[in-house]
Design a protein around this ligand. Structure first.
Ligand SMILES: [Zn+2]
Length: 415
């Protein structure tokens, strides 16, 4: 590995990819690192007794300002590599981000390779078990194909970005990704409330679901399998709804196999009983349902911003969410920035967005607030503008209370 790392340090660009096993294990880990230069390709196996430490030699490569470190859709790779190995990154380049900023309709690696090289990559092995040894020939071919075209692809995309005068946008996004820190992964104790259908359960069933959810997670850790492989969400809901308190009735529930019954039956039944004994208490609000507090004026600003974003992103041939995600629009609407400096303070905004569009946005907000002020002054507070604003606000509020998903969807559709 030291020898390889030394060679890599002499390159100006190296392509990387990693494969992990979150589909197979509770504690996911890097199972394979693919590396390609212009001439060579390596498949590195970190599942040795040494563990991820054997990748240590790559640290200076990732940290080097001279070596462009290339990924396609780097975010998850970077997250895992930082988490497991503590690597730092300095000179990242992400071909998926490039494709997004160029407004490509399809941004998957296979689509890009086909578009630019007319090559059809081997079928996705996303669900393949990368922790298995030995890796099959198919797995190895697929793994290598993930990095073999990246360098040439990046060259093409970089050229296109330069031509579109958006290369500096990409560089901003790469720098943000280098600096990104993730909090330690914590178990989501309120995860059961996020299960689809949970919110329509009565408090007793919800208390049972909570116990079942905790049991499933404990079991998943114990055997190092992802929770969904222990029991599906739908089965959890069924048990919570039926509240079965003996093995016979449990065996009749859809999704409960003989094996599950044998291994987990007793524990499931006692979880149900525990849930029945322990009232749920007030149902906590989830983060996703808590939207920024917006008054009537902020809601109006948001509507104005959305009206701007639709045609603007179309003209730029960008996905609206790439130009300015909803969270960014909401933070502008809620904080009402008066200067570009104010906008730079908002963490939801990409720096290229502020650089390129701050004056446009500020002008838009200025016109809008002047207009609504003159509207406010014209009537006694009951003019049509105000009434429409109030109606919109209450509609939005009730929408997000009953179902955050629908609210988010309608916001997106409205974009
Ligand atoms: Zn891959």
């Amino acid at each position: 590995m030291d020898k390889v790392a030394k060679d890599l340090l002499r390159e100006d660009v190296v392509a990387f990819d990693t494969e992990a096993d979150s589909f197979y294990h509770y504690f996911d880990k890097v199972c394979l690192v693919q590396i390609a230069t212009r001439k060579k390709c390596w498949l590195v196996d970190p599942l040795t007794p040494e563990g991820p430490n054997m990748l240590e030699a790559l640290a200076p490569v990732f940290a080097s300002p001279k070596v462009r470190v290339l990924f396609h859709a780097a975010e998850y790779d970077i997250y895992v590599l930082k988490r497991d190995c503590g690597f730092e990154f300095t000179n990242l380049f992400d071909t998926m981000v490039c494709a997004q900023l160029l407004g490509y309709p399809a941004i998957g690696l296979a689509a890009l390779v086909e578009r630019h090289f007319g090559v059809v990559l081997p079928k996705e092995q996303q669900r393949s078990d990368w922790s298995r040894r030995p890796l099959s020939d198919n797995q190895q071919t697929y793994a290598a194909s993930d990095v073999l075209y990246l360098i040439k692809l990046a060259e093409k995309l970089e050229k296109e970005l330069r031509k579109a005068k958006r290369l500096d946008w990409a560089v901003d996004d790469f720098e943000t990704l280098c600096a990104r820190r993730w909090p330690d992964r914590e178990f989501d104790k309120l995860g059961y409330l996020r299960i689809k259908g949970a919110r329509s359960l009565d408090p007793v069933a919800l208390a049972v679901l909570r116990e079942l959810f905790l049991l499933r997670d404990a079991r998943a850790r114990e055997i190092d399998r992802p929770p969904f492989k222990v029991l599906g969400n739908r089965t959890l809901l069924e048990i919570a709804g039926a509240q079965v308190t003996n093995l016979d009735s449990l065996s009749e529930i859809k999704g409960i196999s003989d094996l599950i019954l044998k291994r987990l039956g007793k524990d499931l039944v006692s979880a149900v009983k525990k849930g029945l004994r322990k009232p749920h208490g007030p149902i906590p609000k989830l983060d996703t349902t808590v939207r920024r507090r917006m008054d009537r004026r902020a809601e109006k600003r948001l509507a104005t911003l959305k009206d701007w974003r639709g045609p603007r992103s179309e003209a730029l041939k960008l996905d609206p969410g790439v130009l300015c995600p909803n969270a960014a629009l909401e933070s502008i609407a809620a904080t009402h920035p008066k200067t570009a400096e104010d906008m730079k303070e908002l963490p939801e905004l990409k720096s290229w967005f502020v650089r390129e569009f701050a004056s446009e946005i500020l002008g838009l907000l200025e016109r809008q607030s002047a207009e609504s002020e003159s509207n406010d002054n014209a009537g006694s507070g009951a003019d049509s503008g105000n009434a429409a604003g109030a109606a919109k606000l209450s509609g939005r509020k009730s929408g997000s209370r009953s179902s955050p998903k629908t609210a988010a969807k309608s916001t997106k559709d409205g974009a």
